[in-house]
Design a binder for this molecule. Sequence first.
Ligand SMILES: C[S@@+](CC[C@H](N)C(=O)[O-])C[C@H]1O[C@@H](n2cnc3c(N)ncnc32)[C@H](O)[C@@H]1O
Length: 407
Amino acid sequence: MADMNIALEPCDLAAVPDLVQQITQLGTQVANGDTQARFRLLKATRGLVNALETPRETMIKHCWAQPAAFTAIEVGIQINLFGALAKQGDSASKSSDLAQQLNVDPLLVARLLRHLAAMGYIHETGPDEYRATNFSKSLNIPLIGDGYPLITEDVQIATSTLPKFLKKTGYKVPTDALNSPYQFAHGTKLNMLEHLEEDPVNFRRFHNHMSAYRQGRDSWMDTGFFPVRERLIEGADKSSDAAFLVDIGGSVGHDISEFNRKHPQVPGRLILQDLQSVLSQIQAIDSRIETMAYDFYTENPIKGARAYYMHSVLHDWPDDVCQKILARVSEAMKPGYSKLLVNENVIPAMGADWQATAEDVMVMITSSSLERTEQNWRNLLEGSGLKVCGIWKTDNALEHLIECELA
Ligand SMILES: C[S@@+](CC[C@H](N)C(=O)[O-])C[C@H]1O[C@@H](n2cnc3c(N)ncnc32)[C@H](O)[C@@H]1O
């Protein structure tokens, strides 16, 4: 066993001078508007924190500080603490005044805010006095705030069960979508989405959370990512009843609405397909977009569309389930005309983004699935009668667009 002393000394002091130098240089580039440098700066900054912290400090951060901050944020959302803080704009508030407005115990508010300030999530401006940050203001947006209670009430139960599940199953990667840590933890035979559907509040939170996670990063519909005009519009059937884009498992329509906004000139029909229970959550959608209740294990009524599109659908399922879904798409596609666009993570051999690796572990827990490497994708798609014509991405995108045609 290692000597306890290594747990009490900084993890890698020798790396500090070089990291500080990188951070200084990258800081200048970021200040000059280089958005790509921001990712490198964040990575170097995380590296600096890891190098400077002792293993004991990192352990306390994981075991106490982060869970305490997570739950303080969730309580704060529940009692509208961040709404009350945001109401003051950039002025500071006494925790006792906030507590009075919210009609909750002032000591509770003081203790929650003190930890959130210690973690840097809000500004501490004086004794028991705090000011909102952009982060705390954002918690008032359901797309951002809904993730916290969703994770606690639905997902965390499964993530915390992973060690027990793996011990029981001999430390093998789960591959059965209906026998994942999620079913084990919740004592259900339903898949995650079916299970969530039984809880309308968490179901809505889930769809908000899904809408949020890719925001602010390049999307394949943006200029310089995937050439929409050359690859989709040119050569498309221009008649008004021809299906142009079908978003399969498109949730409440955030992607197809974005496509409609960014490419209003495309010909034909834009169709959003998802389960009726999901479509019924839509509050408003552009009249150009048709909504169609559809189960992707069944025959697709829309034949020969210019493009079928699936975003974060296949990553929810292990290969055997994906093959069934893909078989239904392939049979609807018109040879030499239709494309399948798969918008997903493609995990590189090295240097994977932490958001993609986190998702990989999360989908293993929630549905025995995986975030796929390029080879995983080729095996799956080519094994389903498709050929990969291109894999598109920009540096600022989280996910790739995999363009396929019938083989
Ligand atoms: C992870 S979400 C992705 C949603 C959306 N494409 C996005 O990127 O935000 C998966 C979607 O698949 C839908 N889905 C699950 N089972 C389905 C089925 N059998 N038929 C159609 N859609 C289904 C879910 O309702 C959900 O909207």
